[in-house]
Structures are given as structure tokens and as C-alpha cells.
Ligand binder design. Structure first.
Ligand code: Q9C
Ligand code: ZN
Length: 697
């Protein structure tokens, strides 16, 4: 299994800049690369990566995505005078040329290809290419939006050509629409392009009709182009103008600080849960390329969004469960140097395998985001079975648009300067990177190469009285069993190691999983955290839940559970779930992950009571995804000792990418219905479960 994170960077790519006055281009500066590189160095992250040399792309490689005429034209730029450069630049939109940009553009493509090579040959698991100029706006015969050659497009075509792969997923989380990527792949069913972008009903650059949700791809590529437009109007024009007129500077500053001007982490995660991830799992990519623009982070002068840099750690982590972990991130935009550097660090630290930070205070996506989610799901329901079973009868016709909100450009201009000075956000907390990651207590005789990389923890001897005290229950008959008592000592020992930060997560094979889970929850609540998420696969719910919210129980079972009104108890009854992998995945993506993000647990107990409920690969995927939460503090408890389950659980806890789920068929419709019923019951309590706007419940 490939391991290691590649980092590609060459100082040469800082050696070009804007040589004349152009307000549209002044934000694209060489410091974008130097601050990112220095931040990685200062955080001790670049030292943990595998440095790979950057090379120039060959002409043949550039011609994979560009025309000969365009290449010949760009080739002449190193010899142009300042005046000639300015004239050459003028034929394109929002881009500039410099005598050294051709050289840098060849390095940017070459770095992306070196990264693809290293990942596809298994030299590394994943990586990031820190490059300038960016690529996703550049087209076959056109430079655009600071981009000269389309780094990611060429990388995808190169991967298809040299490694004979048939499914590449491109995730473009830059705040602009990568129209160059869309044009390159819109007829290609082997490359799935996903982009979210600030759109504002075509008022935002590049102002293209084809950036809307109804551009789904063409011909054979229909369904393989997914656009998620962000349409929130930032200023409610008449209302805001009135306020401005009666406002002094101080009042204005306060007003701006309290205004939510863009999408936040809740909006981004909702799109991942309800649009991108379901399609991505169904597509089953062999490689993921990320057009990693960080102008979608807070503080950016282009994006004006509100998502904090920590979110990129999570977006990265959510994608790392796909394609066997083969992920290549290539820098695109990002113009607030502080926000950019922090976001780059968050991304790289997740690629390296450290658990993402906890994200607190997530709420619901905003109305406008919900409307876009709903629209794109409706537009794509004929192409993807994951959208097919949901009730779409109430969805708006994808052809109908909501009324265009009038922006007030004058007010916007007046505000820009002051606004950018005001945006502040807390520095991301330093993340946990314990030296040893997975503690195990296992029965003897279970030797395996995966398990040897775990840290063997010795159980703490317990008396029935000590256990009874912890459980607040004087007489538990099972405690007479020596093995049961010993397994509780194992759990106690693992939890203490986690508390000491000696290990991040743990695995125990236990004879009585219900008692073990109850004991684990109680102990975690006493000494580790005030919120435990218990993910329980089995028919007998183990703990008696209090309504105080200190425990959330998500139970996957095969028998009909009792009706509940609790927002902390989520029973999901799945029929034939071990064969209906698609149904299981639907439950995980549309219910479990949004709930867990909303709940923000400090500890996770993942309990496998009944191995017949779900296959080893699906379970391993779940364990991998759960590492997004609680700083990776997961305790996995398994009843019985099915060797394969133990092995894949340990591998996932160690951070190895789970095997892919393979091509997914349609989920059983009764399972989709069961999930939908719970989702609807809970969506008023847990906003990340929502998929539809208020007008279309
Ligand atoms: N207000 C990338 O992020 N428009 N390109 C600038 C200035 C062009 C962005 C308008 C933005 C291009 C890779
Ligand atoms: Zn951008």
C-alpha cells in the first residue's frame, strides 16, 4: 500500500509578476507561493513530506489540452518587449504575461505531472503541487483568469494516457468556475468534473451562462459535469443603501462585521454530503485531482466567503476515502496571504494523515445554498442513481430560475476597502499528531502485518466492584465472566492511553459488546469528553439514553426499531444491508456524517455487534470517514473475532485508505425510504441534514 505525501515546489515559479497597472490582476502575486511554502515549513509539515523535483512539461504534454497555435503564441512571450506583452495580454480576460511566465507555466504543468506520476506508480499516496500560474481558467487556445496552461486538465489527460485509467474525478473547490476544465471534459465520460463557484446568477466573473447547474455535460459526457453555483446576493440593495446613508464609519464597521457575506463551512459540507460524495462514490474514481484554490476561504478579496481554513482539512479528508486514497492537489487561486497559507497547511496536514480539527457551531446551509443543492440534484437525477430514489416530485423544474436579486454595485465598491481590512478570524488551533496512532488489545494468536504496526496495550485488571461503580449499576451478572471483566480492563486501558494522548484511537475485540460499549461510553463521559457519538451496528441498542445529549446513538440494524422522538437516538433499519452497499453508503453520507458534524463529538465509539450487517470493506470505509471527528479519537469494539474485520478495522484506524466499494448499483428503495424518513424527522434539529429550501419542503 502506497504511503507518503509528496510536495512539489520550485522557487522559480515566484519569478514573474505583473509589470503594469491592472486592478483586476494585482492580487496574483509571487508571495502567494512564498507564504504558503514558509507556512508549511514553520508548521513542520514540509519536513514530513516527500520532496519531489519539478520539471518542465514537454510540448507534447502541453498539446494534450492546448492548440499548436496557442502554444506557438505563448512561446513567443519571453522575447516580447513590455509593450508587446501588454498588447498580447489584451486579447484575453483578467490575465497578464511576463517574460518569465512561459517558463513558469511549463514548470506548473510539469509539477502537476510529476505528482500524478508519483501517485499513480505508488511512490507516494497523495500530494500537493504548489504552483503558479494557476490553470483551471485556461482553455484550448486562450489564457484567462491568471491561467496560462491548464495544469489539472493536462494532468487528467496525462493520467488517462499513461496509466490507462478510465475514471478521473476532478474536484474544483476554487471559488471561481474552472470553465477551462469544463470545456475540456464536457464530452468525456471518463473525467467527472465537479465545481462549486460564486455565480450570483451570472453577475460574478467569468459571467458565463454555462457555469450554471444545468450545464451537465454533453453527448457521452452528459452527467459528468457538475456545477454548483453560489447565488447569495451579498447586499440587499435597497435595504442596505438606506442604512449606509445614515451610518458613520464606526457604525459601518460594526455593520460589516456582523454581515454574513458569503457561504460558510455548513454550506460547503452540505454540498459534499448531498451532492459531491454520493456521485463520487457512484463514479468510483481511480484517481482524484483537486483544483485546490483557496480563494473559497474566509478573508479572500475575490471570494468573500466565510468558511475558515480548517474546512479544507475536512474536504481533503472526505475525499481521501475514495480512489484508494490516490489524491493529487494542485494549487489554483487564493489571494489573502494569511488565509491561503493557513488553508494550504490544513490541506497538507490532512494529506499526511493527521486528524482534522474539530469544527464546532455548524448550522444549516443557507436558503440560497439549499436552492442550488436542490437544483443540481434535480438536474442530475437522470444520470446518477444516488439522486433517483429521493422524492423529486416537489422539486423545482431545473429550467426555472429564482428571481435575480439586484446587487448594489455602488455600495459594494464603497465597502470593499473597509470590509477587507475588517475581516478577522481565529488562527486554526494546532492539530493533534500523536506519535503512536492506534492502540490495540487483541486475543492472542491474531498476528498480521497490519496489526504489528499497532501499539499493543495491556489491560488494567478490574474487580466487579470497580466496574459496577463506573456503570452506576450494582449487579451486572456478566461480570462474573472472567473474559468479560478482562475486556473492560482492556477498554479502560485504551481510553487512558487516549486521555494521555499516547494513542489517538484504539481497537478491542470483546466477548460482550453491549456491556463493553456501555462501559466505554460511561468512562469516556467521566474522564474524556462531554459528548460521545456511539455508532452501533447491531439489533440490541446497548445504552439507555438520557435526553441530556451527552450521548448520540446512531444504530444500524436489520429489525424494525421502536419509534423514537429523540434527536439523539437515530435508528436506521436497513434490509439486506450487507449486500445493499449502496443503501448503506446512502445512510452514511446523507444521515450519519451530517449528524456527526452537527453533534461534534469529543469521542467516537464504533461498535460492530453483528458482522452480518455489513461487509468488511463498507465497515472499513465507515471507520475511515469517522476519523473526521473528535480529533480522530475513535474506539472500535468488535464482538467475535472475524479476522478480516479486525484487520481492516486496524488498517482504517491506522489511516490506510479503505478499498474502494466498487461500482455501486441502485440502493434498495425500502432502505432509501428508511433513511429518508429519519432524515426528515431530524432535519429541523440537525440543519446539515437538509437538502431542500423552505419553499420546497
Ligand atoms: N476584481 C483564479 O482564481 N477576476 N483566477 C478578477 C478582480 C479574475 C481568478 C476581478 C479572477 C481570476 C485561478
Ligand atoms: Zn479562483
Amino acid at each position: 500500500m502506497a504511503s507518503g505525501t509528496a510536495l512539489l515546489y520550485d522557487e522559480e515559479m515566484t519569478r514573474y509578476k505583473l509589470l503594469w497597472v491592472d486592478p483586476a490582476c494585482k492580487i496574483e502575486v509571487p508571495e502567494r507561493l512564498t507564504v504558503s511554502w514558509e507556512a508549511l515549513h514553520n508548521a513542520g509539515l514540509s519536513g514530513r513530506c516527500i520532496p519531489l523535483p519539478v520539471r518542465q512539461a514537454t510540448e507534447e504534454e502541453i498539446l494534450l489540452a492546448h492548440s499548436q497555435e496557442y502554444l506557438e503564441a505563448v512561446k513567443k512571450t519571453p522575447d516580447m518587449s513590455l509593450e508587446e506583452l501588454m498588447t498580447f495580454t489584451q486579447q484575453y480576460g483578467d490575465v497578464y504575461f511576463h517574460p518569465n511566465i512561459y517558463h513558469c507555466a511549463k514548470l506548473a504543468v510539469g509539477a502537476s505531472l510529476q505528482l500524478v506520476d508519483a501517485v499513480m506508480t505508488g511512490k507516494v499516496r497523495n500530494g500537493l503541487a504548489l504552483v503558479r500560474p494557476p490553470g483551471h481558467h485556461s482553455q484550448r487556445s486562450e489564457a484567462s483568469g491568471f491561467c496560462v496552461f491548464n495544469n489539472v486538465a493536462i494532468a487528467a489527460l496525462y493520467a488517462k494516457k499513461h496509466f490507462k485509467i478510465q475514471r478521473v474525478l476532478i474536484v474544483d473547490w476554487d471559488i471561481h468556475h474552472g470553465q477551462g476544465l469544463q470545456y475540456c471534459f464536457e464530452e468525456d465520460p471518463q473525467v467527472l468534473y465537479f465545481s462549486w463557484h460564486r455565480y450570483e446568477h451570472q453577475r460574478f466573473w467569468p459571467n458565463l451562462r454555462e457555469s450554471d447547474f444545468d450545464s451537465v455535460g454533453k453527448g457521452m459526457g452528459a452527467g459528468f459535469n457538475i456545477n454548483l453555483p453560489w447565488n447569495k446576493a451579498r447586499l440587499m440593495a435597497p435595504y442596505f443603501r438606506g442604512l449606509l446613508e445614515h451610518c458613520d464609519q464606526k457604525c459601518l464597521t460594526w455593520l460589516l462585521a456582523s454581515l454574513q457575506v458569503g457561504m460558510d463551512s455548513s454550506d460547503y459540507l452540505s454540498v459534499f454530503f448531498h451532492v459531491l460524495l454520493p456521485v463520487a462514490y457512484e463514479f468510483n474514481p481511480e484517481l482524484i485531482l483537486v483544483s485546490a484554490g483557496f480563494d473559497s476561504a474566509v478573508g479572500d478579496p475575490e471570494g468573500h466567503m466565510c468558511a475558515t481554513p480548517e474546512i479544507f482539512g475536512h474536504l481533503t479528508h472526505l475525499l481521501m476515502s475514495l480512489a484508494g486514497g490516490r489524491l493529487c492537489a494542485v494549487l489554483e487561486g487564493g489571494y489573502n496571504l494569511t488565509s491561503l497559507a493557513q488553508s494550504v497547511c490544513q490541506t497538507v496536514q490532512t494529506l499526511l494523515g493527521d486528524p482534522p480539527s474539530r469544527i464546532s457551531g455548524l448550522s444549516s446551509p443557507c436558503e440560497s445554498a439549499l436552492e442550488s443543492i436542490q437544483s443540481v440534484r434535480a438536474a442530475h437525477q437522470q444520470y446518477w442513481v444516488c439522486f433517483k430514489n429521493a422524492d423529486v416530485s416537489l422539486w423545482p423544474d431545473p429550467g426555472t430560475k429564482c428571481s435575480r436579486l439586484e446587487g448594489d454595485t455602488q455600495a459594494e465598491e464603497a465597502l470593499k476597502e473597509g470590509e477587507m481590512r475588517e475581516i478577522v478570524w481565529p488562527e486554526p488551533p494546532s492539530r493533534l499528531a500523536p506519535p503512536i496512532r492506534t492502540g490495540v488489545t487483541l486475543p492472542a494468536g491474531l498476528e498480521d502485518d497490519v496489526l504489528t504496526s499497532c501499539f499493543r496495550v495491556t489491560g488494567i485488571p478490574l474487580t466487579p466492584n470497580q466496574v459496577a461503580k463506573e456503570l452506576w449499576h450494582p449487579a451486572v451478572p456478566e461480570l462474573k465472566d472472567e473474559k468479560v471483566l478482562q475486556s473492560l480492563g482492556d477498554i479502560l486501558s485504551l481510553l487512558k492511553e487516549i486521555e494521555k494522548k499516547e494513542v489517538r484511537n484504539g481497537l478491542a475485540v470483546v466477548p460482550n459488546v453491549s456491556l463493553a460499549a456501555t462501559f466505554g461510553v460511561q468512562h469516556a463521559l467521566t474522564s474524556l469528553t462531554d459528548r460521545v457519538l456511539l455508532v452501533f451496528l447491531g439489533n440490541e441498542a446497548p445504552v439507555e439514553l438520557q435526553e441530556d445529549g451527552r450521548v448520540m446513538l446512531i444504530q444500524l440494524c436489520s429489525t424494525e426499531p421502536v419509534e423514537t422522538k429523540s434527536k439523539f437516538y437515530v435508528p436506521i433499519c436497513l434490509k439486506k444491508s450487507s449486500s445493499d452497499v449502496a443503501g448503506f453508503l446512502h445512510a452514511v453520507l446523507s444521515l450519519l456524517l451530517p449528524l456527526a458534524y452537527g453533534y461534534d463529538p469529543g469521542m467516537i465509539l464504533a461498535v460492530m455487534a453483528d458482522c452480518s450487517l455489513v461487509g468488511a470493506v463498507a465497515w472499513a470505509q465507515l471507520i475511515g470517514l469517522l476519523q473526521s471527528f473528535a480529533q480522530g479519537h475513535t474506539l472500535a469494539l468488535i464482538q467475535g473475532a472475524e479476522k478480516e474485520i479486525i484487520r481492516v478495522t486496524a488498517a482504517s484506524l491506522l489511516g490506510e485508505p479503505a478499498s474502494t466499494l466498487g461500482p455501486l448499483g441502485p440502493p434498495l428503495s425500502e432502505n432509501v425510504k428508511a433513511v429518508e424518513k429519519e432524515r426528515q424527522r431530524l432535519q429541523t434539529h440537525w440543519g446539515l441534514l437538509q437538502t431542500t429550501g423552505e419553499d420546497h419542503p
